[in-house]
Design a protein around this ligand. Structure first.
Ligand SMILES: CC(C)(COP(=O)(O)OP(=O)(O)OC[C@H]1O[C@@H](n2cnc3c(N)ncnc32)[C@H](O)[C@@H]1OP(=O)(O)O)[C@@H](O)C(=O)NCCC(=O)NCCS
Length: 204
């Protein structure tokens, strides 16, 4: 998940009478982006070079300001209204802490409209399986609730942690491509081949 200035603008909000609840999992609950609930976390998270360097590498500018973090939350909320899904913010049931942003969003990749599963977890919580758990719940939600046919994920070729998450999820490697001038890899998950239950704690 690398953001570029050419990422599509979310479509106009559509009013829905009864929107399905976001996913949850054994340890985590997803929340729709909210400046009131998530801005402090988002501002410090996306100001961290260890995080931002993967989302906005090279000429994309790296660490984000608090104002840019707020714009991201607002775009995330627009995505939720337009599509019914977004990059949700996940709270740990046991501690009540926000641990990161994981979920689904509409993207244009290689000139095609796709739905991406993406992730970003607080560095102090890396290696606990939280990205994989929340992503498994998000993909399952995408197939079962949003009835998506396919979910893709992409990352810079050198992002071994992110690629490991894709492998653990059981996504299949599709191909390498160049995005924002940098080598990337693309993985995919297809609804028809996705297991009905996950081993990664995605008990939605
Ligand atoms: C990628 C990221 C979301 C993973 O979050 P996480 O909660 O630590 O992910 P998980 O614990 O589910 O899985 C991480 C896996 O990577 C492995 N890993 C950690 N460091 C690694 C490294 N340097 N090389 C290879 N694998 C590594 C972990 O061991 C783990 O695999 P395992 O469960 O088999 O042991 C997190 O590192 C992050 O937010 N990075 C910065 C933002 C980013 O890169 N986002 C993705 C952009 S596309």
């Amino acid at each position: 998940m690398t953001w570029s200035s050419t990422s599509p603008t979310p479509r106009s909000p559509i009013l829905r009478r009864s929107e399905p609840a976001p996913p949850d999992s054994r340890r985590l609950i997803a929340e729709v982006p909210s400046p009131a609930r998530h801005l402090d976390f988002a501002a410090s998270h996306f100001a961290d070079p260890d995080v931002a360097g993967w989302h906005w590498p090279g000429s994309l500018g790296g660490p984000r300001t608090r104002g840019q973090a707020l714009e991201m939350l607002e775009r995330g909320l627009e995505g939720q209204r337009a599509d019914g899904y977004t990059l949700w913010w996940w709270r740990e049931r046991a501690s009540g802490e926000v641990i990161g942003m994981i979920g689904l969003r509409s993207v244009t990749i290689e000139s095609a409209e796709r739905v991406e599963v993406g992730w970003s977890v607080a560095p102090r919580r890396w290696g606990e399986g939280l990205a994989a758990e929340a992503a498994a719940a998000s993909i399952r939600w995408g197939f079962e609730t949003a009835r998506l046919e396919q979910v893709i994920s992409y990352t810079m070729s050198g992002n071994t942690r992110s690629r490991r998450v894709m492998d653990k999820l059981g996504m299949r490697f599709s191909h390498e491509f160049v995005h924002v001038g940098l080598p990337h890899v693309l993985y995919a998950a297809d609804r028809g081949r996705w297991p009905g239950s996950s081993t990664l704690g995605a008990e939605c």
